[in-house]
Design a protein around this ligand. Sequence first.
Ligand SMILES: *Cc1c(COP(=O)(O)O)cnc(C)c1O
Ligand code: SF4
Length: 346
Amino acid sequence: MGGILSMKTVKDLVQAGLVNDGAGLEAVAQKYAVGITPAVVALIDRDDPNDPMARQFVPSAAELVQMPDERVDPIGDLTHSPVEGIVHRYPDRVLLKAVHVCPVYCRFCFRREMVGPQGLGTLTPGQMDAAVDYIASHSEIWEVILTGGDPLVLSPRRLRDMMVRLAGIEHIKIVRFHTRVPVVEPERVDAAMIDALTASGKTTYLAVHANHPREFTPEARAAMARMHAGGLALISQSVLLKGVNDDVETLAALMQRFVENRVQPYYLHHPDLAPGTSHFRVSIADGQALVAGLRGRISGLCQPTYVLDIPGGHGKADIRTAAISGGDGCFTVRDWQGGEHAYPPK
Ligand SMILES: *Cc1c(COP(=O)(O)O)cnc(C)c1O
Ligand code: SF4
């Protein structure tokens, strides 16, 4: 892959032969960040108009279509943010969003209004101090979840700084990272990064985001192996996406690839109501049928939990068995406190 640079503009994509109608996509690129790494460019099949890799990363005019029930903050991060960079929705764990940039920009991203060069940016040193103070002063917090953006865009030095600061907080036992880096920029996962991630002496979990079995290239597999060997516990995270992985064959292969690479299947997310993403959405009924189809077909080790982030900030719900409430295709989902919510929201 030597010499290939990341693609960040529509012009880059046209020059690489990844899109034809560049002019039509400028409006999309102005609204939502574009980013495709060399590792992902190498995965795209230019001869397949329905290529699941292109679908995830190459912008499309369909993103300009906005549906009435889509929202800027689909999972309600902003309603539970006590200080900049922290989301505290459940008592025992917080999200710490240190950065809002990613090596790639997924076209279905649930935080697409907050990430990218024009997004919320990186926490300033002062904001980081305030976020760490918040964590230190809330002894009920057991776990810190670094997400963003993609926290593994930070340099090993900054990662180490952060881990060392968390190491000083007695009540924090687990640090978890959510990242797409092992797949989209596997060469970044080097000894310096792994040393930094384990510098705190806390138990460190890493949730690897991948949505299609083809993402498990030899380079990505090697990155996962380095992380596992370095002492990181690996779990999976995928989004159920129309035209990418919404068939039993693909989902089963995806979950098997995770397990083969010592990544324990964790969450399969129902796609969120992010603006301009309706072309990726499947119904809960279809999602349930797909997930039920995995049972019996592949090992129990390979079964993810199918979850919905309830719009409005009510948290995640396991929707493997959520029941349809009426004849209108509307589901009733229950949040962790027992509250009931209609989905799609009315
Ligand atoms: C998703 C999420 C978590 C993590 O939830 P788990 O079920 O522990 O994976 C924590 N806090 C917030 C605000 C979240 O959105
Ligand atoms: S890597 Fe995650 S945060 Fe970044 S664009 Fe993709 S889904 Fe969004």
